[in-house]
Design a protein around this ligand. Structure first.
Ligand code: GRF
Length: 202
């Protein structure tokens, strides 16, 4: 049986698209069973709808507290019985209720080489710092901001004439390949957490 993925998005959804394409390949080992978002009207949701993948939206503004939003998000994800949850450009932090249910099997991708440049502006912060290489990090989500155990990283050069946009585009290209490759391996081979070390294969 392929691993069941629920993917959460907040924007363009190019990482989601890469996963959806990969899941159509025979032998990839995973299927996207639902796509969720914290807002409607985004391209990420349209990408799912075009492929008849079920979608759901849980906006933070609909809830009186962050905790009740987190509960509702966890319940919406749980309804699709995922093996793995993938945050693919999901721009909200999940909370304790979500992690109680899906901790250890929720992945996120960050457009920088952790532990450098956590937070919302990884490409901009890397460019401003003047690093010569940066990249993307796939990690197991914990309660911190981009602090979880690292599953995979990919490196890209910073070019002299880069802008934040050109650098982020180069990162996203590498990030999608890393995401597809690593999620497939996790689905097919399994993985285990050994402290902060993530080991692919049973
Ligand atoms: C990715 O670079 C992700 O790491 C960051 O936002 C971008 C989302 O891109 N948090 P997309 O929505 O998958 O196109």
């Amino acid at each position: 049986m392929p691993s069941r993925l629920v993917v959460l998005v907040s924007g363009a959804g190019t990482n989601l698209e890469a996963l959806l394409e990969a899941c159509e390949q025979a032998g990839y080992g995973a299927e996207v069973v639902a796509v969720g978002a914290d807002r409607d009207g985004i391209e990420g949701l349209e990408r799912a709808r075009r492929r008849d993948v079920p979608t759901f939206v849980v906006p933070l503004a609909d809830f009186a507290t962050r905790e009740s939003w987190d509960d509702a998000l966890a319940a919406a994800v749980a309804a699709h019985e995922p093996d793995l949850v993938v945050l693919a450009g999901f721009m909200k932090l999940v909370g304790p209720a979500f992690l109680a249910r899906f901790g250890g099997r929720t992945l996120n991708t960050h457009p920088a080489l952790s532990p450098a440049f956590p937070g919302m502006h990884g490409p901009r912060d890397a460019l401003e710092y003047g690093v010569k290489v940066t990249g993307a990090t796939l990690f197991v989500v914990d309660a911190g901001v981009d602090t979880g155990a690292i599953v995979a990283q990919t490196v890209v050069p910073v070019e002299d004439d880069d802008t934040t946009a050109s650098l982020h585009e180069r990162i996203k290209h590498a990030e999608r390949a890393m995401l597809v490759d690593t999620v497939g391996r996790m689905a097919r081979e399994g993985f285990r957490l050994d402290g902060r070390r993530v080991r692919l294969g049973g």
